[in-house]
Design a protein around this ligand. Structure first.
Ligand code: UDP
Length: 331
């Protein structure tokens, strides 16, 4: 398939592009490079620089003719989404509407969409399956859930077949070491730990060590980005084969605590990694992890690289490219 990967220069998108190429598909990247980076581009893959907020730009891209698309272009900082919902409305929701209208107009009726475990809100039970209630607790999660609902209507009304892929905590880097772009201002646990290990940041603040978990710190489901990338390929191939839309959770099904992640990072990096428990962060559930039974059944998908050692070592290897004074080179 010829696949338009919208947001293909970003962290997850670059891994999706690589997975598509390895599976014999032809990805073309569409990205405005606001957080995506040229250094993430797979060699030989074309980049169309454009913005999903401009209907004419995304329209012109789709008009070139694609068999399928992957949509990963979104803002994803939870805290920012609560402070500046306007940005998230315009980019995530309106931007997606521009994409869907352009796709439908061009007859591209297969789409894999980056959704998130944030659509569930605080778990009422774990592991979380697809039937778990969807009550997002932040505006970011709301935008993704709203888009899932719009996708459902475009399926009914326009025949657009989609895969809503609800990622749990994406982590890790290409195990071949070919994707080297670091996120600017990372907000997530593992990149922050890596910044402390690299000497770019003084300490990790552990958001709460008094939770009712095995060591008092929060438990999350970290899933390797290359595993996530494979799911996009399998989802598009299934849509092509069956003509059916699907919504699936993508997690490793393993709950890892903050303290466990930190301990593995200290061992793998050989660095002390200063850490200090501070107060809980608002809105953090104690434990959140998936069952991926549906992804296994529908896609034949399994997280195969999501053990903590692989997550940490593949990430540390990328940080090693920048060195102690290399922080700016990464930005
Ligand atoms: N966390 C932490 N310190 C940080 C960043 C994250 O203790 O500087 C914890 C956070 O409370 C959560 C886990 O690490 O339990 C994963 O957080 P992240 O923001 O990466 O993802 P989330 O699960 O919130 O989507």
């Amino acid at each position: 398939m010829k696949v338009l990967v919208i947001g293909g220069a970003g962290y997850i998108g670059s891994h999706v592009v690589k997975a598509l190429r390895r599976a014999g598909h032809e990805p073309v990247v569409f990205d405005n490079l606001s957080s995506g980076q040229r250094r993430n581009l797979f060699p030989g893959v074309e980049l169309i620089v454009g913005d999903i907020q401009k209907p004419e730009e995304i329209g012109a891209a789709f008009a070139r003719g694609f068999d399928a698309a992957v949509h990963l272009a979104a803002f994803k900082a939870v805290g920012e989404s609560m402070a500046e919902p306007e940005k998230y409305s315009v980019n995530n929701i309106s931007g997606t509407i521009n994409i869907l209208n352009a796709a439908v107009a061009a007859g591209c009726l297969r789409l894999a969409f980056s959704s998130t475990a944030a659509v569930f809100g605080s778990p009422t039970y774990v592991p979380i399956d697809e039937a778990h209630p969807t009550v997002p607790e932040n505006y970011y999660g709301f935008t993704k859930l709203e888009i899932e609902r719009i996708l459902g209507w475009y399926d009914r009304l326009k025949g657009l077949k989609y895969a809503a892929l609800r990622y749990f905590n994406a982590a890790g880097y290409d195990p071949d070491g070919e994707i080297l772009g670091l996120e600017r201002n990372p907000q997530n646990l593992l990149p922050i730990i890596m910044e402390v290990a690299s000497g770019w940041r003084d300490e990790l603040q552990i958001f709460g060590d008094d939770y009712d978990t095995r060591d008092g710190t929060c438990i999350r489901d970290y899933v390797h980005v290359s595993d996530l990338a494979d799911a996009h390929v399998k989802a598009l191939e299934r849509i092509e084969r069956t003509g059916e839309s699907l919504t699936v959770n993508l997690g490793s099904e393993r709950g890892i605590s903050v303290a466990e992640m930190l301990a593995v990072a200290r061992r793998v990096t050989g660095r002390p990694i200063q850490a200090r428990a501070v107060g809980r962060r608002a809105g953090d559930p104690a434990a959140c992890y998936a069952t991926s039974a549906r992804a296994r059944e529908l896609l034949g998908w399994e997280a195969t690289r999501s053990d903590v050692d692989t997550l940490v070592s593949s990430t540390w290897r990328v940080y090693g490219h920048y060195g102690p004074d290399g922080k700016e080179a990464a930005r």
